[in-house]
Design a binder for this molecule. Structure first.
Ligand code: ZN
Length: 136
């Protein structure tokens, strides 16, 4: 597997508007997209930095993955997403190498990307997301 670039960095925040304000006012980035992903129980906001995005994640439900994460660890970097091709093949490859998968098959993430997570137990504590833009 050879990712082409870091697609995005996911950051868990308690308040999306406050966090957007920081990235816009302090870093001078422009939020170009806000999307609720009901399945993940999050609202997301996106910024472009070169070819890498910053994905802010605000929980819409304390029982959702980001709600639980913030309760346990507080705000901060939640995951790093690598852009790959043939995501199904990459998952099979990782599994063959003994990597524990959270998603054995890809699902739909924000912006219509196909995404899948590798388990942090197999990745030195970093939640790694693979994602593929099949829209081209
Ligand atoms: Zn992500």
């Amino acid at each position: 597997m050879t990712p082409s670039h870091i697609e995005h960095i996911g950051i868990a925040v308690t308040n999306l508007e406050t966090a957007i304000n920081f990235y816009e006012k302090v870093l001078g980035l422009k939020c170009y997209h806000i999307e609720e992903v009901a399945e993940q129980k999050v609202r997301t906001a996106f910024f472009m930095v070169g070819q890498t995005k910053i994905e802010l994640l605000e929980s819409t439900d304390p029982e959702g993955p980001i709600g639980k994460y913030i309760a346990k660890k507080g705000e901060g970097i939640h995951h790093i997403a690598f852009a790959v091709e043939k995501i199904e093949d990459q998952l099979a490859h990782a599994e063959k190498l003994g990597v524990k998968l959270i998603d054995s098959t890809p699902r739909k993430g924000a912006e219509g990307l196909d995404i899948a997570f590798l388990h942090p137990k197999s990745t030195n504590g970093v939640l790694i997301e693979l994602c593929e833009n099949k829209k081209g």
